[in-house]
Design a protein around this ligand. Structure first.
Ligand code: SAM
Length: 250
């Protein structure tokens, strides 16, 4: 998988790209990340990449030409990469979107700054606009890092154990079950006995139940879209009954 990050601040990225899972994926050649400095595509001796807004007002706007030229320099018509503008006005990034993007093969991520980018970037040289949440960052670089991380871990071979990303939260529309490691007792809190039993079937059912319980308690909205089996539905009914009894008793 290849990702080209278009930014005015490429120096923000190297430590993030060198460490841990992503660093190993890049070393193994599973993920290829190129940093493209938008300034290299600006014209004139001062390489200006931003200008005052037409119509007046505060702040500066990133010019369209350097960004679109940078996008075009990365990929032409054949094997055209999929280009994404990071913007708080975009579709909200989530796990299904990360899966879709991980299938694309080659992505361009455009990081805005200042008041944002000239509207003609959006209309002329991007395939998708993505937001990482309902808040405003100073630049798209952190958003690009979020997308790079979430997408890269879905590329086959990037995570050591092939199964580990299949059980992550949101993979099947649910939050993941709780995890425990040694010691067995920490500040009086014990690891659930069932996890020490060695009984794989009981552990599977416990984990699924806790995953459903968490989702019901914290993100019931997810249950409307989740892929639920017959077993899941039975477990959910029980959990709802339990919750009802607790509410009635309190
Ligand atoms: N004036 C813009 C608006 O109100 O929509 C916000 C511009 S913001 C200060 C500068 C840049 O940060 C944006 O162009 C975008 O690339 C990035 N950015 C800010 N918040 C973001 C978010 N929630 N998701 C993705 N990118 C974001």
């Amino acid at each position: 998988m290849r990702l080209d990050i278009l930014t005015l601040f490429p120096d923000l990225f190297p430590p993030f790209l060198e460490e841990s899972i992503l660093g190993r994926a890049i070393k193994k050649g599973l993920v290829d990340i190129k940093l493209v400095n938008i300034r290299d595509f600006a014209e004139g001796p001062h390489k200006v990449t931003d200008d005052r807004p037409f119509g007046g007002g505060e702040g500066m706007v990133m010019k369209a030409e350097p960004i679109c030229w940078a996008v075009e320099s990365v990929g032409r018509e054949k094997n055209k990469p999929f280009s994404i503008l990071l913007t708080p006005q975009g579709r909200k990034f989530d796990q299904p979107t990360a899966w879709d993007l991980s299938q694309k093969g080659h992505l361009i991520l455009i990081c805005g700054r200042y008041e944002g980018v000239d509207e003609r970037v959006r209309t002329g040289c991007v395939d998708m606009e993505l937001s990482i949440g309902d808040y405003v960052l100073s630049g798209g670089e952190l958003a690009a890092m979020v997308v790079v991380d979430a997408v890269s871990r879905l590329v086959p071979g990037v995570l050591g154990g092939e199964r580990s990303n299949l059980e992550d939260s949101f993979q099947d529309g649910l939050l993941e079950y709780p995890h425990y490691t040694r010691p067995r007792v920490f500040r009086g809190q014990e690891v659930p006995e069932i996890l020490l039993s060695g009984d794989h079937e009981k552990i599977r059912v416990w984990r699924r139940t806790e995953s459903l319980r968490r989702t019901l308690q914290r993100r019931p909205d997810l249950l409307n879209e989740a892929r639920l089996s017959e077993e899941d539905r039975r477990i959910l009914e029980k959990l709802k009954e339990e919750a009802g009894k607790i509410e009635a008793g309190s």
